[in-house]
Ligand binder design. Structure first.
Ligand SMILES: [Zn+2]
Length: 132
């Protein structure tokens, strides 16, 4: 049997929840069928890449992105932190035994081990830490 390629649909996944789905080509609005995230969060499969990187190099990039997002204005900050959290969360899920990519994930691990931890000098992503 030959492969059936549906040329009317574009495969991809949701940046927010990671669920794979496809959208009709030419349809501008296509919220995620799993979490309802808006269509800006749909990532085309044809843009997926495989890269070779050291985990600690990736942590540096993630923490710098997280830090930059945390320094933005309140409205922008929450959206940017959420996006960094989604991306890093999906990468972390591929390597669950490795240390978290973000400072927020390290704070969450500290809270699991030692209880509440107060953080000063950093606009913590409390949503990512499940502490709100
Ligand atoms: Zn989703």
């Amino acid at each position: 049997m030959r492969d059936v390629i549906d040329t009317d649909r574009m495969p991809g996944h949701c940046m927010e929840c990671g669920v794979k789905y496809s959208v009709l080509i030419g349809v501008p609005m296509h919220p995620c069928p799993n979490c309802g995230a808006c269509s800006e969060y749909f990532l085309r499969a044809e843009d997926d890449v495989k890269i070779e990187v050291n985990w600690h190099e990736l942590r540096i990039l993630a923490m710098w992105a997280e830090r930059w997002a945390a320094d933005q204005t309140e409205k922008d900050r929450l959206v940017m932190q959420r996006v960094v959290s989604f991306i890093c969360g999906r990468i972390n899920a591929q390597y669950p035994d490795w240390i978290g990519l973000t400072f927020s994930s390290e704070i969450a691990e500290l809270r699991q081990e030692f209880g509440d931890v107060e953080v000063k000098g950093f606009n913590e992503d409390k949503e990512a830490n499940n502490s709100e």
